[in-house]
Design a protein around this ligand. Structure first.
Ligand code: C5P
Length: 397
């Protein structure tokens, strides 16, 4: 699927660099030509000889290697590829790319190029979460750098969380979908995500513990398969993925209005943890503690059910996917929910506090459709998203 594609693979120095060897094999299996560039630090983790052998190519290492300059200058090298893939991309190389530093061959190529760039970050979870890295990521994505991963999970350093190099097949998939019109090309898909905030007064609100991580991952996975994603998000902890149309809302009513304004669509995935109730007659002034000991009494009104409304509406998308976050009798409740709301699939999960799913990085889900139930193993949320996106692509094919 990558015949005639020339990939300049920049391997930067992290423990995940050894996985670049497998990546080279898989890219070449797809027909790609891989020209490797190693940073100095990468050479501590993989030898130029093994990289060269697997790539069946010269390995480029040194900016001041005059033979290479005679054969092919760094400007030429940077432009001779169809894609520059940085895998693994360390926090250091991301920072240099964001700043435009060019103190070695890899960073000079990246600054000199007019070729699309894709990065597959890999680093310790704290380095990934650090505001500096996250700000660099935003800068790079704003400039059109494509992102694959990182995944969340156990790390070589013994810590746990986001920062693991994406699985090699996922990187290869991202490269393939960069070149190919993905299976969801031309499909418009609405994704709702995050919690909603229901005001009590102008400064207080009722919310829930949803981080928006699963919804953001689903939007990114659908985008990677070529879909035009309309991402309707409440105030989530996780930033929206790049390359999707973002519609930010606060309340359930605003989320419903946004979704309805985006219909018709080919599919809708309602991953938002929408508040079931709002405060009836929320105060437009801050409620004061007046010292009399009188406690405010909140009266609730039911929020519209977005999933049920669009599932039963005139402009029903071809495929409607809902979620069922339950703490007991997961299957029974989820199956009943599918019938009651009228959606096609329910993605059911157990969000009891001991599962760590809400706000965590892993998810264990069962998909319920008209054929029955399909249980998936415990997976990173990014992988749940990729499998769900592929299942949606198959259903819409
Ligand atoms: O009824 P429950 O909140 O458990 O249903 C969960 C599913 O319904 C999720 O897909 C959620 O996004 C959706 N939902 C909705 N609007 C609501 C409540 C839930 O779209 N007001």
């Amino acid at each position: 699927m990558l015949a005639d594609k020339r990939i300049l693979l920049v391997i930067s120095g992290g423990i995940a660099a050894f996985r670049a060897l497998e990546l080279i094999r898989r890219l070449r299996e797809q027909g790609a030509t891989v020209t490797p560039v190693l940073t100095k630090a990468a050479e501590e983790f993989v030898t130029p000889l093994s990289v060269s052998a697997l790539a069946a190519s010269k390995v480029y290492r040194d900016l001041f290697d005059l033979t290479d300059e005679a054969e092919m200058g760094h400007i030429e090298l940077s432009r001779s590829a169809d894609l520059i893939l940085v895998a693994p991309a360390t926090a250091n190389i991301m920072a240099k790319m964001a700043q435009g530093l060019c103190d070695d061959l890899a960073t000079t190529l990246l600054l000199a190029t007019d070729t699309p760039v894709m990065i597959a970050p890999a680093m310790n979870v704290r380095m990934w979460d650090h505001p500096a890295t996250q700000a660099n990521l935003v800068t790079l994505q704003d400039r059109g750098v494509q992102l694959v991963g990182p995944d969340a999970g156990a790390m070589a350093c013994g810590e746990y969380g986001p920062g693991r190099l994406a699985e090699v097949p996922a990187i290869v998939d991202a490269v393939i979908s960069h070149f190919a019109a993905g299976p969801l090309a031309g499909k418009r898909i609405i994704v709702t995500s995050g919690p909603t905030h229901e005001p009590i007064d102008p400064v207080r609100y009722i919310a829930n513990r949803s981080s928006g991580a699963q919804g953001a991952a689903i939007a990114a996975a659908l985008r990677d398969l070529g879909a035009d994603v309309e991402f309707v998000t409440g105030p989530a902890d996780v930033p929206p993925p790049a390359g999707v149309a973002v519609h930010s809302v606060q309340t359930a009513q605003q989320m419903l209005d946004a979704v309805q304004s985006l219909l018709p669509s080919d599919a809708a995935v309602c991953a938002a943890a929408v508040a079931d109730w709002r405060v009836k007659g929320a105060s437009d002034q801050k409620i004061k503690k007046d010292g009399s000991g009188t406690l405010p009494v909140l009266e609730f009104a039911e929020n519209p059910d977005i999933l049920a409304t669009i599932s039963q509406g005139k402009l029903r998308p071809g495929l409607v996917v809902g979620f069922a976050a339950e703490t007991q009798d997961v299957m029974a409740h989820a199956t009943a929910k599918r019938d009651r709301k009228g959606c096609d699939w329910i993605v059911a999960n157990d969000v009891s506090p001991e599962t760590g799913i809400m706000g965590g990085t892993q998810n264990t889900v069962t998909i319920i459709d008209d054929q029955g139930a399909e249980s998936w193993p415990d997976l990173p949320k990014a992988e749940v998203a990729r499998r769900l996106a592929r299942r949606i692509a198959d259903a819409l094919a």
